[in-house]
Design a binder for this molecule. Structure first.
Ligand code: GN1
Ligand code: MG
Length: 364
């Protein structure tokens, strides 16, 4: 791995290289340097099965980080190197941000010193997260360079439903006739038309695609030791999408009282304290660019993502567990049932969501 590090135009002498974090998609390492004045680095092997077009991923990341850096400079922000990621170029090709070695792609960024990640949310960190992801979208709202779709149709509900229906037709794993599968399919199809509202609005020109993060989990934010947000990380899925992606997907994981693969379905509930905190933070930083129809549809977004994830998990169950790692035969089915429960709970709470958004808007 030292040989790989040597391909990058980094400072200092490598002291150690150790695994970092708990990401499931890319492999990540911390590269420590000997000299106190040289930064430490984060080295990552990019998963080419999930991200086939590494060139596009790195081009997107380069545009996004350059744009954010420029905005922070204009705003006179101090400590910019801790507020946005810096990727290291190759030693013998200053245009290149990744190295290809034996069919594997590697990239390296500066390690942000004195930063911490959180795996769990509370209302305080949800509010911070809302503000951070809203600000991320706000900073990128005027990005002129068009970004590529690093995972095609990633959050396209119509596409995800087509995928599921294809898997139903093929029934490759012979699981279609199971009673639990049938029960979910009925609930899914009953909501299918309504849940494709975003794509319809998009076609009618009533909903713009914006630069979104598309993986808005709390562990994709770096905090400083005092709990303030430093910067948003894990930029592989940054791509054009409806704002619902960042808003809805955060709530999908954070507002669930249970983990998304918990089989304790009766314990699954959509937490309104997390909803309120995250929404307050998000509106604070995103209202400067959000259109009324985007705000109106935030309760829809809070339902769309449990629904979409239910569809995706059931699709994988029907095709025989090819996408998500499973540790028991019905793992994906349990996940799909869990997400359906979360959706039912979110549906019940829609009137309350509307009241909260109205109140937050009038307070801003
Ligand atoms: C995948 O691996 P992880 O947990 O970061 C998936 C997300 C899903 C999530 C569901 C590239 O993310 O879209 O919401 O699983 N990422 C990709 O657990 O498919
Ligand atoms: Mg991550």
């Amino acid at each position: 791995m030292k040989k790989i590090v040597a391909l990058f135009d980094a400072k200092g002498t490598v002291e150690s290289i150790v695994p970092l974090g708990e990401g499931l998609i890319n492999d990540t390492f911390l590269v420590r340097t000997l000299e106190p004045e040289a930064p430490d680095y984060v080295l990552q092997r990019i998963n080419r099965h999930v991200f086939p077009d590494v060139e596009m991923v790195m081009r997107n990341i380069s545009s996004v980080t350059a744009h954010i850096r420029h905005k922070l400079e204009l705003a006179g922000t101090t400590d910019i190197d801790r507020r946005v990621l810096t990727f290291v170029r190759l030693r013998d090709d200053a245009q290149q941000l990744y190295a290809e070695v034996e069919d594997e792609c590697w990239r390296m960024s500066r390690y942000i010193p004195r930063s911490v990640t959180k795996q769990q949310v509370d209302t305080q960190s949800s509010r911070e997260a809302g503000r951070a992801f809203g600000e991320f979208q706000a900073l990128l709202a005027d990005l002129k360079t068009p970004l590529g779709e690093t995972i095609k149709n990633f959050h396209n509900m119509e596409f995800r439903l087509e995928q599921l229906r294809e898997a139903v037709k093929e029934d490759r794993a012979g699981r279609l006739r199971e009673r639990r599968v049938q029960a979910l399919l009925i609930k899914i199809e009953r909501r299918a038309n309504d849940m494709c509202r975003a794509e319809r609005m998009g076609r009618e020109g009533a909903l713009p695609k914006r630069v979104c993060h598309c993986d808005t989990k709390v562990n994709n934010i770096l905090f400083d030791e005092g709990g303030d947000v430093l910067c948003v990380i894990d930029l592989d899925t940054v791509m054009p999408s409806f704002v619902f992606s960042d808003y809805g997907d955060f709530l999908r994981s954070a507002a669930n009282t249970e983990p998304d693969d918990s089989a304790r379905l009766d314990e699954v509930d959509f937490r309104m304290d997390i909803f309120e905190a995250f929404t307050a933070g998000y509106l604070e930083s995103a209202r400067c660019f959000l259109l009324p129809q985007e705000v109106d549809n935030l309760p829809y977004a809070a339902q769309l993502f449990p629904y979409m994830q239910c569809v995706r998990f059931l699709w994988d169950y029907l095709q025989g567990d090819l996408y998500w790692k499973c540790s028991r035969p019905d793992h994906n089915l349990v996940r799909a049932e869990n997400q359906m429960r979360l959706l039912l709970s979110a549906e019940e709470k829609e009137p309350e969501m509307r009241d909260i958004i109205k109140r937050l808007n009038s307070e801003l």
